[in-house]
Design a binder for this molecule. Structure first.
Ligand code: PLP
Length: 407
C-alpha cells in the first residue's frame, strides 16, 4: 500500500502555510513539522485549561485528565503502560538527570561503555561519571564506515560493566543499529542498555518491548509532536535508581527522574501525535481494527522512506562529488544523509537556502563521529534528512539543486 501523501500533508499545518510554500524541508533530523492534531491540542490547552492541573475544579481537572490521557495513549502505542514513561523537557535534559542518578547508584570501580557514534546527549553526560570514579570505556566506530561493530562491544564487556549507552541510529551516520541483538550481548554480560532513539523514532515509533532495551530515549519534537524528551524504562529500574526529584515524588517512577515540573500543555499535546498516527492507520487500512496500528504505521513510513532514500542515494552516486557518511545500502539507513563535499557543510546549506531548500551543515553535536572519521568539525558535513511526508518530487528538486551546487 503506497502512502497517500495528499492525505498525510493535509494533516500538517506547515504544508498549507503560505510563508513556507516555496521551501523544501530537508532538516527533519533537527526537528520535524508538528502535525495539526498537536498544534490544535496545544492551542486548546492554552485557551481552556492553562492553569495548575489536577485540582477539583472542572477546567483544572480537565487539564490533568488531558495530560494523563496523552501519556497513557503514547505508552500504549510504544507497547508499555504509563508508569514506564518519564516526560522531560528534552532528551539532553533527561540524559543529564539519568547520568546523575547512575552516578549516585554506581560504585567506584564500576565501568560503563559509551560510543563515539552518539550525539553528545547520550555520550558526554555519561563520560562525566569518570570524575566520580566510574571507569568509562569507549566503543569506537570504524573510521572508514562510521559503523559500530558488535565485536567492538564484546571486547569491552566484562563483569565490571554496569551500563552500555549506544544509539539506535546516529544523527550523522544514519545507520540503523541492530538494537535487539546488541541488547542481548549487554544483558548476557549482566549490564543495562540505554538506547538513544532520537534519530530513529521519527521514522516510526518502535515497540519498546521488542527492542528489549532497559532505557529508550526520544524527542517528540522530532516525531511530529511538541517539544519534549520521552524516556521509557521499567518502573522497577526507575525505582532502583536514586530519586532525582522532590522527596515527596520519590514513590512515583515517572517523576523520580524528571525533577522539573512537567510542561502541562505540551504533555497533553503528545496525544496529538497518536491522533495523527491513528488517522494515518485508519485512512490506509480501513479494513482493520486499530490493534496492529503501531506496526502498520511504522512499516508504511519505512517503505516510503526507503524508496526515497534509494532515489536520493542514486543521485548522489551519479553526481560523484560527495563522500557519503555511513552505509550506502538504503535498507540499513534512516533517511539521514550526510555528505562530505569540497566545501564546508554550512556553506553548502547556505547555497541550498538560496535555492529554497532548508538543510543544515556542521557537526550536529556529533563531533566525536567526525573526529573519528578524520573530518574537521568546523568544516563539517551537509546533512539532508527527511521523513514520510517528503515526496519523490522533493527529492528530485533537491537533486537538481545539488547538481548545480556540486557539479
Ligand atoms: C541522535 C540525537 N540524540 C539526542 C539529541 C538531543 O535531543 P534533545 O534536543 O531533545 O536534547 C539529538 C538532537 O538533535 C539527536 O539528534
Amino acid at each position: 500500500m503506497p502512502i497517500d501523501l495528499e492525505f498525510v500533508r493535509s494533516q500538517f499545518p506547515a504544508f498549507s502555510e503560505p510563508s513556507l510554500s516555496h521551501w523544501l524541508f530537508f532538516e527533519n533530523a533537527g526537528g520535524s513539522f508538528p502535525c495539526g492534531a498537536v498544534t490544535d491540542q496545544l492551542s486548546a490547552f492554552y485557551s481552556r485549561t492553562k492553569m495548575q492541573p489536577y485540582w477539583p475544579a472542572e477546567p483544572s481537572a480537565e487539564g490533568g485528565e488531558a495530560m494523563d490521557r496523552a501519556k497513557s495513549r503514547l505508552a500504549k502505542w510504544l507497547g508499555v503502560t504509563e508508569s514506564w514513561l518519564s516526560v522531560g523537557p528534552s532528551t539532553t535534559q533527561n540524559t543529564y538527570v539519568l547520568s546523575k542518578a547512575f552516578g549516585d547508584w554506581l560504585s567506584k570501580g564500576d565501568a560503563i561503555i559509551v560510543t563515539n557514534q552518539d550525539h553528545e546527549a547520550n555520550s558526554g553526560p555519561w563520560r562525566r561519571l569518570e570524575a566520580r570514579g566510574v571507569e568509562v570505556r569507549e566503543w569506537s566506530i570504524d573510521p572508514m564506515s562510521g559503523r559500530l561493530n558488535a565485536s567492538g562491544l564484546e571486547a569491552l564487556l566484562d563483569g565490571k560493566v554496569k551500563l552500555v549507552a549506544f544509539p539506535h541510529c546516529s544523527n550523522i551516520v544514519g545507520e540503523i543499529n541492530p538494537v535487539a541483538e546488541w541488547v542481548g550481548l549487554v544483558h548476557a554480560a549482566g549490564a543495562l542498555a540505554c538506547v538513544d532513539g532520537v534519530s530513529y523514532a521519527p521514522h516510526g515509533l518502535p515497540n519498546f518491548q521488542a527492542l528489549g532495551a532497559d532505557i529508550y530515549l526520544f524527542s517528540s519534537y522530532k516525531t511530529f509532536g511538541p517539544h519534549q524528551g520521552i524516556m521509557v524504562m521499567s518502573p522497577d529500574l526507575a525505582e532502583q535508581l536514586p530519586n532525582q526529584g522532590h522527596v515527596f515524588n520519590g514513590h512515583d517512577p515517572t517523576k523520580r527522574l524528571t525533577p522539573a515540573g512537567p510542561d502541562h500543555a505540551q504533555t497533553a499535546a503528545l496525544a496529538g501525535m497518536i491522533d495523527y498516527f491513528e488517522a494515518v492507520d485508519a485512512h490506509h487500512y480501513p479494513e482493520f481494527d486499530r490493534s496492529g496500528a503501531p506496526d502498520r504505521v511504522h512499516d508504511l513510513f519505512r517503505a516510503h522512506e526507503l524508496e526515497l532514500t534509494e532515489q536520493l542515494l542514486a543521485q548522489v552516486d551519479a553526481l560523484g562529488r560527495a563522500r557519503l557518511i555511513g552505509p550506502r545500502e538504503a535498507q540499513h539507513k534512516a533517511p539521514t544523509i550526510s555528505l562530505l563535499c569540497d566545501r564546508p557543510g554550512m556553506a553548502l546549506a547556505e547555497d541550498l537556502a538560496v535555492r529554497g531548500i532548508i538543510a543544515g551543515g556542521g557537526d550536529f553535536y556529533g563531533g566525536r563521529v567526525l573526529d573519528a572519521m578524520g573530518i574537521d568539525r568546523e568544516f563539517g558535513v551537509l546533512r539532508l534528512s527527511f521523513v514520510h511526508y517528503t515526496s519523490a518530487a522533493d527529492i528530485e528538486n533537491l537533486s537538481s539543486a545539488l547538481t548545480e551546487l556540486l557539479a
